[in-house]
Write a protein that binds this ligand. Structure first.
Ligand code: PLP
Length: 390
């Protein structure tokens, strides 16, 4: 075949990707082994039934056609309503653009703010697709670690030290995947001040906003930030709709207007019947409170079951769908730990090192299993830790 573009070849350079334990466990589970999968962040339950029914009704009613490029007006209005609540800033429909999932909103945010050759700072630990999203734009990035010892709270001073003349944006994520850290007001104020002083965009990934435990604070609400913040949002987590591919980007009207041309040449709008069901789900908060309560209860149950395990330290783990356990006192090599746990107890977890150096020496536990399964996994984890021999 003729050679592919450097751009497409460079998005995900080949090699080890950190998912080795997960895929090995998955294969063994498919082959019949009773492995508990705590390695992936997808709900173990279906989309709430009122949302499903709204979609069935829409598809039966003949809503099978193209929709407006920035999203159906009713959908954008509903997204703006949720953005107003989630970010604490009054938001109109012209300040949001609908995208197929949070990932496409992230892609749009990076495309909108970084030309080839420009630079961004990315706060780590971070969601695995971030590096590829910058590479797809031809932009470079510097990773700034939020330290485990600080509960994975980011430091504005460390971010400031990584800024370059070509830096145009900072990307951060709260509540955080993989650490479950919910960034504090003071951490966010530090980042916001930096963005204002240096005239930078803040790309704020808030797809877990509904799972923020004690309450979500969006940096968009801080002084001077609404005009320079692009908020990545999604119905995947909050509304139990990972497979529906619905998300949106919130930001200043001027940049949202420009982004309509990205939808023109990429998605050409969203599915008609999916958009109608999504609008109804947003207008009525279908499932949102129940899903948030479910994850909060799971987090409590799992962490309570690990209480008193002196060799293991809980870090972050305040919100989102994950808990992060520091296992360095047991085994400094988190990958070795994860493989050994899988062998000994048939529990699959993600080595923290898969999410960058800051999370090395930790394992990420997904809460996407029912409480009895999480309790069983916690018992197996305890047994493994107390009998572990290098
Ligand atoms: C931090 C973060 N951002 C974005 C996404 C993408 O979400 P979506 O499923 O809506 O594309 C995810 C998905 O897991 C995530 O964890």
């Amino acid at each position: 075949m003729p050679s592919p573009s450097d751009r497409i070849s460079g998005i995900v350079p080949s090699g080890k990707d950190g998912w080795e334990v997960h895929f090995a466990a998955w294969k063994r589970r498919e082959a019949g082994e009773p492995i508990i999968m705590l390695s992936i962040g997808d709900h173990d339950f279906d989309t709430p039934s009122p949302t499903v029914e709204a979609c069935v009704t829409a598809v039966r009613a003949g809503h099978h056609h193209y929709t407006q490029l920035p999203g159906m007006p009713r959908l954008r209005a509903a997204m703006a309503g949720v953005a107003t609540r989630a970010t604490g800033v009054e938001t109109g429909a012209s300040q949001v653009i609908a995208t197929p999932g949070g990932q496409a909103a992230l892609y749009a945010a990076v495309q909108a703010t970084l030309d080839p050759g420009r630079h961004a700072v990315v706060v780590a630990p971070y969601y695995a697709t971030y590096p590829g999203t910058f590479r797809a734009a031809g932009a470079s990035f510097t990773v700034v670690e939020a330290r485990a010892e600080d509960g994975f709270q980011p430091s504005a001073d460390a971010i400031a030290a990584a800024l370059q003349p070509e830096t145009r944006a900072i990307l951060m994520n709260t509540p955080n995947n993989p650490t479950g850290a919910v960034y504090s007001r003071s951490a966010l104020e530090g980042i916001a001040r930096l963005c204002v002083e240096r005239d930078l965009w803040l790309l704020s990934d808030e797809v877990y906003w509904a799972l923020a435990g004690d309450g979500h604070l969006s940096p968009r609400a801080l002084p001077g930030m609404a005009e320079r913040t692009l908020v990545i949002n999604s119905m995947s987590k909050s509304h139990g709709m990972t497979g529906w591919r619905i998300g949106w980007l919130t930001g200043p009207e001027g940049i949202i207007r420009l982004l309509v041309s990205l939808n023109l040449v990429s998605t050409y709008g969203l599915a008609d019947f999916v958009s109608r069901a999504a609008a109804e789900a947003l207008e009525n908060d279908y499932g949102v409170a129940e899903i948030a309560a479910r994850y909060a209860a799971r987090r409590t149950v799992f962490l309570d079951a690990l209480r008193g395990l002196n060799e293991v330290t809980v870090r972050g783990s305040e919100g989102g769908m994950y808990v992060m356990l520091d296992i360095r006192a047991v085994e400094p090599d988190c990958e070795k730990f994860a493989w050994a746990l899988l062998e000994a107890e048939q529990v699959a977890v993600m080595p923290g090192a898969s999410f960058g150096d800051a999370a090395a020496g930790h394992v990420r536990i997904s809460l996407c299993q029912p409480e009895p399964v999480l309790l069983d996994a916690a018992q197996r984890f305890r047994r493994f830790v107390s009998t572990y021999k290098d």
